[in-house]
Every structure is written in C-alpha cells, then in structure tokens.
Write a protein that binds this ligand. Structure first.
Ligand SMILES: NC(=O)c1ccc[n+]([C@@H]2O[C@H](COP(=O)([O-])OP(=O)(O)OC[C@H]3O[C@@H](n4cnc5c(N)ncnc54)[C@H](OP(=O)(O)O)[C@@H]3O)[C@@H](O)[C@H]2O)c1
Length: 300
C-alpha cells in the first residue's frame, strides 16, 4: 500500500506519498480501506520533530490519527462491525491507503467520507473536555480558539448540550463563530475583559483549545481554577487548571457514537477542505500556519 511518510523531521517538503508495509489489526482493532483521513495539529507537531524529545527519527515516520473508510479486516474479539461496514474513528498512521483503528463508530450514511474523517480526533477531544467540565445545561462555557479544528466542533457540541457558548477567534473568523452559534470575541490582549462583558460576569468553564492565552487570564474567568481544561498548554496543570492529553480520560467508541449522532442530526456541521494524498504538503502548510477554519482532509 501507499502511505504518507517522512524520513527526517522538518516541514511539509519532507512528506512523501510512497510504498509502506500493510498494517493488520490486533485484538480489539479493525483495518479500513481509507476513504479520507484528516490532518490534525498534532501531525504537524510530529512531522516537525516537536514531539521527538530531541531524538533523531529512526525509520520512516507515519502520520494521521483519524480516518473514515470501509472495514476490510476485523481483529480478534471485535463483534460490533464486519467486513464491508462504513466507519470512522481513531488510529495511528491513518494517512495511508489502509489503516488500523482502535476506536470507531458507524459512519452516518448522510455524511461525506471527508466530514466523517474530520470528526474523529476533534469529536473525541471535544466530548472529553466538555465531559470533564461537566457544565449543566443553561450554563456558559468559553472556548478559547473556537474556529479551529477542535474548537469549532467543541462550540457546536456545547451548543447541542444546551450551553451558552462564548468563543474567541481572530477578526476573519468572527462571523464564522456566529454561524456556529457562539458569541464571538477577539483573542489577544484584553481577552478576559471581553469575555466578561459578553457573559455578564464569570463563566462556568473554559475550554482552552489552542493554548496561547496565559493560563492565569483564563483562570480569572472561573470561580474554581480546575474549571479551565486545556488540551494544548501542558504547563497549565501546575497553575491549578486541568490538562487532558487523551487516552486516560477518553470514552473512545462511546464518544464517537455520540459524535455520529450529532452529525446525523446536523447538530454538528464540519467545514472541510480536501486535498489528494499526493498533495498533502499543501494541507500541512495551512495547518502549520495555525489560522485554519474547520478541518483539512486528505483523500485518495
Ligand atoms: N490534548 C489533546 O487531546 C488534543 C487533541 C487534539 C488537539 N490538541 C491540540 O489542540 C490544539 C488545537 O488543535 P486544532 O486541530 O484545533 O488546531 P487548528 O485547527 O490549527 O487551530 C487553529 C485555530 O487556532 C486559533 N488561534 C490562533 N491563535 C490563537 C490565539 N492566540 N488565541 C485563540 N485562538 C487562536 C485560530 O483562530 P484564527 O484563525 O481566527 O486566528 C484557528 O482557528 C493543538 O495544539 C493540538 O495539538 C490536543
């Protein structure tokens, strides 16, 4: 099969769409013939070497943490899907012709492959953080970075859960935030004051989806600092906020099933821009720029 890969850390120019060994699912996993795989900020970080701990790359590096496709191999103990089923979900090395998923949900038939692929990481992360914040319907959440891949899904899932949502973005994305039913504020200096003005006081929780606002400023918006949950500021924990990095708090398949339901009911709409796999570098350049709207998705 072919897979997106790189042989040394660097920028998008290092990416190659080339031959790679076929993956096979272990117990509790499935393999899919990939119809679409999204590009997440973590792919950019991995390609750049930011997650390597200063160690050189050994062997080829593969990318992609979510995808949608058709099940073509089923691992031992898997009983809820069969060969030929359409699914989307989470895995590793998903930017390839075939990929192994460790968590999945049935793809709603009304949803495009690209949208389903885009819903994996962003949907699971949003479900996880909103559950950790546990704000009752009618409460207010502030999503810092509400127009990004994760942020735009988080805003819509919060609205679907009955929350009032205030969200930040740059000038170019203020209308987009209104479109997804958030009250928009500009990020940058003075952010906390603008959020207070929009909410009429404190908020019940903060979803830090980008990690660029000083954590103390975000903590000033809530009465209990643990009601700030960050997915991108890994130093925030020492200040009293919470940081979540994935598997420990994940509901995996249950989270993806919830996301599938919201997609099917059009309560979650994900804007996607697609690129063929052999033009992945263009998508990576946009993700690396850090000012995207919605999600970028690779397709065969
Ligand atoms: N811990 C986890 O489980 C987990 C899971 C998924 C992602 N992540 C991390 O979460 C982060 C976001 O991922 P993503 O895929 O959503 O990235 P993304 O799509 O690249 O996010 C881009 C967004 O960030 C916004 N932004 C840029 N500067 C900002 C600032 N100073 N304040 C507020 N917003 C700002 C941009 O808004 P404008 O375009 O309007 O400027 C844009 O909408 C990444 O660091 C990623 O690695 C962590």
């Amino acid at each position: 099969m072919r897979a997106l890969q790189f042989s040394k850390y660097g920028g998008p120019e290092e990416l190659k769409w080339d031959e790679a060994p076929d993956p096979h699912p272990g117990p509790g996993a499935v393999r899919i013939a990939v119809r679409a795989a999204s590009v997440n900020a973590i792919d950019w970080k991995r390609l750049s070497g930011a997650m390597s701990g200063g160690q050189p790359l050994s062997g080829a590096g593969f990318l992609g943490y979510d995808a949608a496709g058709v099940v073509d191999e089923v691992g031992e103990g898997v009983t809820d899907v069969k060969v030929g089923d359409d699914v989307f979900g989470l895995g590793a090395g998903t930017q390839a012709e075939y990929a192994v998923l460790h968590a999945w949900a049935a793809k709603p038939s009304s949803i495009d492959w690209a949208v389903a692929a885009a819903a994996g990481v962003a949907g699971e992360t949003s479900e996880r953080v909103l559950r950790l914040l546990s704000i009752a319907a009618g409460g207010t959440v502030f999503v810092d970075g509400g127009a990004g891949g994760v942020g735009a899904v988080a805003v819509q899932m919060a609205v679907a859960g009955g929350l009032r949502v205030i969200a930040s973005a740059g000038q170019a994305n203020q209308d987009y935030l209104r479109e997804i039913r958030a009250t928009p504020v500009l990020y940058g200096e003075g952010l906390a004051g603008r959020v207070r003005a929009a909410s009429g006081g404190r908020v019940d929780g903060v979803f830090d989806a980008v990690g660029k606002t000083p954590i103390e400023e975000l903590m000033s918006l809530v009465s209990d600092p643990s009601q700030v949950v960050s997915i991108a500021n890994f130093g925030a924990g020492s200040a009293g906020a919470r940081v979540t990095g994935g598997s420990a708090d994940s509901r995996g398949r249950a989270a993806l099933a919830e996301v599938a339901g919201l997609l099917q009911q059009s309560q979650l709409v994900i804007k996607v821009q697609t690129f063929p796999f052999d033009r992945a570098a263009e998508a990576y350049r946009i993700v690396g720029g850090g000012h995207g709207r919605g999600k970028l998705v690779l397709v065969p």
